[in-house]
Design a protein around this ligand. Structure first.
Ligand SMILES: [Zn+2]
Length: 293
């Protein structure tokens, strides 16, 4: 009896020690990470994984490459990133050409926004609200937290070491297909709203832009269900969520210098529309042979 118990105990001890060793080998400090919550991925590993994913998305998604549009979205994103504790890491903002009204972040500071969503925004602060929300998911590391819970140590370890192509491909397919890694919890959404609103305020943007845009999407979804399906599947919007963030914003000290809109936003939006029409026509319109030269 005594022997059996100590055998069981030592078996547990060995399992424990092996898992500690594996976690040390992976280079992560398993457990509570910056950003809070359970995470099996270190910040350094996350950024490495993100770069790998972003390179593949680059090859496979229809990204806007026009330098002035890319520069604008990155400059807008950077103003918000500067308000976060991850301001020294290299963030990248990308535009995907597509009708989807959606935006998402993947591990390692990459934020993607669809042209369909940009078309729906009316002011710069509305677009800043979407970016700020995605940046907050990134700072809180919700994507790698979700992956940690979903996959567990064994799969995460082999994924990070590049030894599990099937999980990696699955991840990439999920991102490219639906634009999400995992649905975040209601709590994660609330956190992203609150933090995002704070980043906006600190960066000098009117945080109400976020509320106005979310309200607009919610109303449209009610009128024409299914239209904004993608955004709702990654970031379910509810009246309660919008009320909560409005309340948070009402507690910020008044700041008369907050920006709602800037002309450069409209230049960006217009050039994107022009670019889109051009691309669409180019693909669809076949020029008859006799007109070719
Ligand atoms: Zn969200």
């Amino acid at each position: 009896m005594q022997v059996a118990r100590s055998y069981v105990f030592s078996k547990y001890l060995v399992t424990f020690l092996v898992s500690v060793l594996v976690s040390l080998l992976v280079g992560g400090c398993v457990g509570i990470q910056p950003g809070g919550g359970f995470n099996l991925v270190s910040v350094q590993q996350e950024w490495r994984l993100g770069n790998r994913l972003a390179q593949d998305i680059d090859r496979k998604a229809n990204l806007v490459t026009n330098p002035s549009s890319v520069a604008y979205i990155n400059q807008l994103g950077q103003r918000l990133v500067q308000q976060t504790e991850f301001r020294n890491l290299p963030w990248e903002f990308h535009i995907i050409r597509g009708r989807e009204i959606n935006a998402f972040n993947i591990p390692g500071g990459h934020v993607y926004v669809y042209t369909g969503l940009i078309q729906k925004t009316s002011t710069e602060s509305e677009l800043a609200g979407v970016l700020a929300h995605e940046i907050a998911h990134g700072v809180e590391r919700h994507a790698t937290q979700a992956l940690s819970t979903q996959y567990g140590l064994g799969i995460i370890t082999s994924l990070l070491l590049g030894q599990n192509p099937s999980v990696y491909e699955q991840l990439l397919a999920q991102i490219l297909g639906a634009g999400y890694l995992a649905s975040y919890s209601r709590n994660a959404e609330r956190q992203a709203d609150q933090l995002g609103a704070r980043y906006m305020y600190q960066a000098g943007f009117d945080p109400n832009g976020m509320v106005i845009f979310f309200q607009k999407l919610l109303e449209e979804e009610r009128e024409r269900p299914g239209l904004i399906e993608k955004f709702f599947s990654t970031h379910p919007l509810t009246e309660e969520r919008i009320r909560n963030v409005s309340y948070e914003i009402s507690r910020f000290p008044p700041r008369p210098d907050l920006i709602t809109d800037e002309p450069q936003f409209h230049n960006f939006k217009n050039s994107l529309v022009r670019g889109d029409i051009y691309e669409r026509d180019w693909r669809r319109v076949r020029i008859p042979r006799r007109y070719r030269y």
